[in-house]
Write a protein that binds this ligand. Structure first.
Ligand code: AKB
Length: 315
């Protein structure tokens, strides 16, 4: 199995590449990113190359040259950044997806493109959000995610392209910082508490959002793609979650471990609006039933691991 990860230098790609290497072998994974400095970093642990996913010709040549069977398309501007420049978000997010779909169709690759809790909106039921429900997002990021889900299902039903996807909630990790997302606070807080002993949160204290710890997110990426297609009723895209908490709950749990930690709020209106429109907690029973999704990390175990990993890094 030869796998190409496009947008490999971001929060997910940085950890997905070594995860894929362990499963499919180091030589079979190609990490591609637009930014040469990021490619330089990636090349220390993997076969890495510079690629602009919006450049259809070079993207196709890369897939041909390395005889790629599976593509992970991780190219995206996230929700908060997307609101600052909606047209750019549309062009990048949809451009990379359309190129990935066309290449997957032409060269017979399977394709994973993450969707997000951002695909939901204010009118979606916020508690125990069903797999199949109202999807009228209030951000350009969400508009791209819903369009992406529809388009990916279209390529499957119309052309037989093996497209699969999950709706990621906030992903908490200590490998590479996220950037421009609404859920980023749940990562930033750990770095700030260890570095400065205090954190100023942009999200209102009682806003609940779903979250996943990175090891579970990585398993979702590979477990779904390796799942028996005959068992999949859904494809694009599955609700997946492992925990749901508010800033207030997360900070109280951190304070139990770091009693001197101080928390303040300075609400970012864009992020506050976005987070209010997203689910409080999703129902992920379709993922559990169709491909045995079963996350291992909860809030308490995630906090312990984040604190010790970031402390070890900073030492
Ligand atoms: C964001 O906050 O934009 C992302 C997401 C939930 O898709 N982390």
């Amino acid at each position: 199995m030869n796998v190409l990860v496009v947008g490999a230098g971001g929060q997910i790609g940085t950890e997905l590449v070594p995860h894929l290497q362990k499963i499919y072998g180091e030589d079979n994974i190609i990490a591609a990113d637009l930014r040469p400095d990021v490619v330089e970093r990636l090349s220390k642990g993997s076969r890495a190359l510079t690629l602009d996913a919006l450049d259809l010709k070079s993207y196709r040549e890369t897939v041909k040259k390395y005889n790629i069977d599976r593509i992970y398309n991780l190219v995206a501007l996230l929700s908060a950044t997307g609101e600052n420049n909606p047209l750019l978000a549309w062009n990048i997010n949809m451009g990379a997806l359309v190129n990935s779909l066309e290449i997957a169709k032409e060269l017979n690759c399977s394709l994973f493109t993450p969707s997000s809790i951002g695909a939901f909106g204010k009118e979606t039921p916020h508690k125990n959000t069903p797999q199949d429900t109202i999807m009228r997002p209030n951000t350009m990021y969400g508009v791209c995610k819903v369009s992406g889900e529809l388009l990916s299902d279209y390529y499957f039903t119309r052309f037989g392209v093996d497209t699969r996807s999950v709706r990621f909630p906030g992903i908490i990790s200590n490998g590479c910082l996220p950037g421009g997302g609404t859920t980023d606070y749940a990562v930033e807080v750990f770095y700030e508490i260890i570095r400065k002993g205090e954190y100023t949160c942009p999200i209102p204290e009682n806003t609940y959002m779903d979250m996943l710890y990175m090891p579970d997110a990585l398993n979702a990426c590979t477990q779904l793609m390796d799942a028996d297609p005959a068992k999949l009723i859904h494809r694009n895209s599955f609700n997946v979650t492992a925990m749901s908490f508010s800033p207030k709950e997360l900070f109280a749990a951190i304070t139990k471990r770091v009693p001197d930690a101080k928390f303040h709020y300075s609400i970012d209106p864009v992020k506050a609006n976005i987070s209010a429109s997203w689910p409080d907690n999703m129902d992920d029973s379709s993922a559990r039933g169709e491909w045995n999704w079963n996350p291992a990390w909860d809030m308490e175990s995630m906090i312990d691991d984040m604190l010790s990993a970031i402390k070890a890094k900073q030492n």
